[in-house]
Design a protein around this ligand. Structure first.
Ligand code: SF4
Length: 394
């Protein structure tokens, strides 16, 4: 079928019917961006039929930068023994949560490197302490590669590790580390992460334990459009399987382009055709639209303001995304490779959502609506240079 016929079928239907891999490759390769965005927005309104866009007040905590995995696109990690390594104390982590509580936050996203010097008790005791002292904060902690690292140190299976962590108070897992679930790409940019099946297996184990998870995707490694659809297809297939078992599976999907400024991967590819590595704004928007169209069994698509800036994130809300992400407060992993501003106030998120034509709604980690304060009433009274990344659409 041609891209024109596929888009006609999508736009004229009020059903969320399944698109095949071949149909989405055809759309990816040939459909004009504005038509893709319009079709994806039509689908977004079938999934979430309101004019609302959700966001989360949360904080990222990168508790350690020690890591043995050496991903080529990562500028955050330091190998064991390096003089710039750090691991935050329980007190430092708790202080960050106190600051989150002060702004009414509901979730921490805690992830770091694979640090073999931390034993299992360190993780369990940390979760118990956080659960006891910060009972209103959801603890979304430790991405699949960290779970695998803990399993290696403890000699337990990843399922056993997850079971213990859940008992200690863990609410969910960050979706990080999926990057591109295509073996040829993964073995090139992050060979120690192992086969794509590993990430999917740990996520499935977590989902079947009732832990909250999300799916991520990094584009721009020189992969083909077919590879990108393969990544989406792995997620869609797993989501079908988990739904058959009666679990919600991935709450959402978020993609962003690899950051190339300061890492090994960027240096390795410097001087090569820029269009073969990384991904610009239109490429990103095309991918957001395709993901909304292809992932018929994932409820929410997030826009990525930290990597694209608020202006492109606003455009993503017109390309199938229905969630503006979160405040983050700090982030050190992606930002180490070249993005600039990785914290947004609730005011900035609400302003961006409103100016894009939507109604902002606070949510929690499970996409349950929370009471939404009117942050726009508390606009900064001192007028100064606007943050460079808050580019208004209208
Ligand atoms: S991306 Fe994560 S796993 Fe890879 S090197 Fe960085 S901290 Fe380690």
């Amino acid at each position: 079928m041609t891209w024109e016929a596929i888009l006609d079928r999508i736009r004229s239907s009020n059903e969320i019917f399944r698109l095949t891999v071949d149909e989405c490759v055809e759309l990816y390769n040939n459909a004009p961006l504005h038509q893709l965005m319009a079709a994806a927005h039509h689908r977004r309104l079938l999934h979430n039929p309101s004019n609302e866009v959700s966001y989360l007040v949360d904080r990222n905590i990168n508790y350690t930068n020690v890591c043995t995995i050496n991903c080529q696109f990562c500028s955050f990690y330091r190998p064991p023994g390096h003089d710039e390594t750090y691991t935050q104390s329980y007190e430092e982590i708790r202080q960050r949560i106190v600051e989150l509580e002060a702004i009414g936050g509901s979730r921490i996203l805690m992830q770091g490197g694979v640090n073999p010097s931390l034993d299992f008790e360190w993780y369990l005791d940390l979760l118990k302490e956080l659960r006891e002292h910060h009972p209103t904060i959801d603890l979304d902690c430790f991405s699949p590669i960290e779970i695998e690292g803990i399993a290696e140190v403890t000699n337990l299976s990843t399922n056993e590790v997850l079971t213990h962590l859940k008992s200690a108070g863990m609410h969910g897992l960050p979706g990080g580390g999926a990057e591109m679930l295509v073996e040829t790409v993964r073995s090139d940019v992050s060979p120690k992460k192992g086969h794509p099946d590993n990430w999917l297996r740990v996520m499935k184990e977590a989902q079947l334990l009732g832990l909250t998870t999300s799916a991520t995707n990094v584009i721009g490694f020189g992969e083909t459009n077919q590879d990108r659809i393969q990544h989406l297809d792995r997620i869609r297939q797993q989501q079908d399987e988990v739904h058959e078992n009666g679990y919600p599976g991935f709450t959402s999907f978020i993609a962003w382009p690899v950051q190339l400024e300061t890492n090994t991967y960027g240096k390795r590819n410097r001087g090569q055709n820029r269009f073969e590595r990384g991904a610009g704004s239109t490429e990103y928007l095309r991918h957001v639209a395709i993901s909304r169209l292809f992932l018929d069994n994932v409820n929410h698509i997030q826009a990525s303001w930290p990597t694209m800036g608020m202006g492109i994130a606003q455009m993503a809300l017109l390309a199938g995304a229905d969630d503006a992400g979160s405040t983050m407060m700090e982030e050190n992993v992606v930002s180490a490779s070249g993005t600039t501003k990785l914290s947004a106030t609730e005011y900035e998120l609400q302003l961006s959502i409103t100016r894009a034509g939507f109604i902002p709604v606070r949510r929690n980690s499970d996409y349950v609506r929370l009471e939404t304060p009117n942050a726009l009433e508390n606009a900064p009274t001192v007028v100064c240079e606007p943050p460079s990344q808050v580019v208004e659409l209208v």
